[in-house]
Design a protein around this ligand. Structure first.
Ligand SMILES: *Cc1c(COP(=O)(O)O)cnc(C)c1O
Length: 360
C-alpha cells in the first residue's frame, strides 16, 4: 500500500508550529518544500573543504521566499475578516501579496518605487491584478506611507512588520533541519528589511528549544554596499544597489536582526555590486542555478568569509537564494552582453561549424 503524501503547502506541513486552528482556512499555493542543493563545483573551484548548500527559494509559487510569509499573513487576514491587504515592496512582496489575495478572493494594494522594480516582478503583479500604486520615492518612503494609511483605511499590512509573515518564513529553517538532520554551522543570507534573518533565527531557535536539533547556526547577514545600514550602524537615506530587492535603507526589523546576530555570534557585512553580480554569475555558470542579484549576496558573503577564514574549513554552510533569476531579466542580459548570441545562416554547414568552433 502506498501512503498518501500530496504536499499542500507549509501551513499544512507545519501547522503544529504555526498560529492556526483546525478550523482555519489555509490560503495556499503549495509554497515551501524548496530544494536544498549542495554545490558541487564552486567548493572545488575555490579549493576549500566546505559543504555549501543553497536553499533555492526561487522555486516558490511566485518565485521568492515572500510566499512563505504571505501564505500565513493572508490566511490570518482572511481569518480576521479583512477584505484587503496592503504592502510596500521592492517587487517580490507585491507579487506574493497579489497572488495570495487572488487566491483568497480579497483585494491587494501595492506601493512600489517608480522605475526601481525588476521587470518580472512588475509583470507578475500586473497579471495577478493587484491595485498598483506607483510612488515617486523609494521602498522606505512607501513603507512609512503604508504604516500611516493603515490607520485610516480598512487594510491589513502584509509587510514583514506583520508578525505572521515571520511565522511563515521561519519554516524555511525547519525544512533545512528536517533535511540535514541538524542545523548548519553557518547560515548566510541577504538582508534588506531584515525580516528573513529574524524568521530563520526564530525557526532555528524553536527547533533547538524543543530538542529537534542540538545546535543553532551562526547567522551571517550580507547587505549591498550602497544599502548597508547594519554595517554603518545607522539608517541610510539614499540606498542604491543593482540588487533592487535589498535596496532598503531603513530596515523594519532592526532590533530583531541585531538580536539574531548577537545571540548566534554572527556578523553583518557589505558586498559590492560587483561581488554580488559575480556570485550570481558563478551560480549560473558553475552550478546551473539562476537566482536574482539580491539572492546571490548570500553566496558572495559566504565566499568572502570562507576565503578569509571567518567561516572555518570543514563547516556546513547554508546560503538562502531568496528569489528566482527570471525575476530580473534586464540585469542578467546586461551582464551577458559580451556573450550575445551571433546569428548565422540556417544551414547544416553553418551550424556544424558553429558547434565545432566552440567545442573547446
Ligand atoms: C525581500 C527580499 C530580500 C530581503 O529580505 P528581508 O527579509 O527584507 O531582509 C532579499 N532578496 C529577495 C529576492 C527578496 O525578495
Amino acid at each position: 500500500m502506498t501512503t498518501q503524501t500530496r504536499y499542500t503547502g507549509l501551513i499544512a506541513r507545519y501547522q503544529d508550529r504555526l498560529p492556526v486552528a483546525s478550523s482555519t482556512r489555509f490560503i495556499s499555493l503549495g509554497e515551501g518544500n524548496t530544494p536544498l542543493i549542495q554545490l558541487q563545483n564552486i567548493p572545488r573551484l575555490i579549493g576549500k573543504n566546505v559543504d555549501i548548500y543553497v536553499k533555492y527559494e526561487g522555486l516558490n509559487p511566485t518565485g521568492s521566499f515572500k510566499d512563505r510569509g504571505m501564505t500565513m499573513a493572508v490566511t490570518k487576514a482572511v481569518e480576521d475578516g479583512s477584505q484587503a491587504i496592503i504592502c510596500a515592496s521592492t517587487g517580490n512582496t507585491s507579487a506574493a501579496a497579489a497572488a495570495y489575495a487572488v487566491r483568497a478572493g480579497i483585494k491587494a494594494f501595492v506601493l512600489i518605487p517608480e522605475g526601481k522594480i525588476a521587470l518580472g516582478k512588475l509583470a507578475q503583479t500586473l497579471m495577478y491584478g493587484a491595485e498598483i500604486i506607483q510612488i515617486n520615492g523609494n521602498f522606505d518612503a512607501g513603507m512609512s506611507l503604508v504604516k500611516e494609511v493603515a490607520d485610516h483605511a480598512p487594510v491589513t499590512i502584509v509587510n514583514s512588520i506583520n508578525p505572521f509573515r515571520i511565522e511563515g518564513q521561519k519554516t524555511a529553517a525547519f525544512e533545512i533541519v528536517d533535511e540535514l538532520g541538524r542545523a548548519p554551522d553557518y547560515h548566510c543570507l541577504p538582508v534588506g528589511n531584515a525580516g528573513n534573518i529574524t524568521a530563520y533565527w526564530k525557526g532555528y531557535s524553536e527547533y533547538a528549544a524543543d530538542g529537534v536539533c542540538e545546535n543553532r547556526p551562526v547567522m551571517c547577514g550580507y547587505q549591498a554596499a550602497g544599502a548597508a545600514p547594519f554595517i554603518k550602524g545607522e539608517m541610510v537615506d539614499e540606498p542604491e544597489t543593482v540588487a533592487t530587492a535589498i535596496r532598503i535603507g531603513h530596515p523594519q526589523s532592526w532590533d530583531k536582526a541585531w538580536n539574531a546576530q548577537k545571540e548566534s555570534g554572527g556578523w553583518f557585512d557589505a558586498m559590492t555590486d560587483e561581488q554580488i553580480l559575480a556570485a550570481q554569475k558563478m551560480l549560473s555558470q558553475y552550478e546551473g542555478i539562476f537566482c536574482e542579484p539580491a539572492s546571490a549576496t548570500s553566496l558572495a558573503g559566504a565566499l568572502q568569509d570562507i576565503g578569509n577564514g571567518k567561516i572555518a574549513e570543514g563547516s556546513t554552510i547554508v546560503c538562502t537564494l531568496t528569489g528566482n533569476g527570471l525575476k530580473d531579466p534586464d540585469s542578467a542580459i546586461m551582464q551577458c552582453k559580451e556573450t550575445h548570441p551571433v546569428t548565422i545562416d540556417a544551414s547544416l554547414d553553418a551550424v556544424k561549424k558553429a558547434i565545432l568552433d566552440n567545442m573547446a
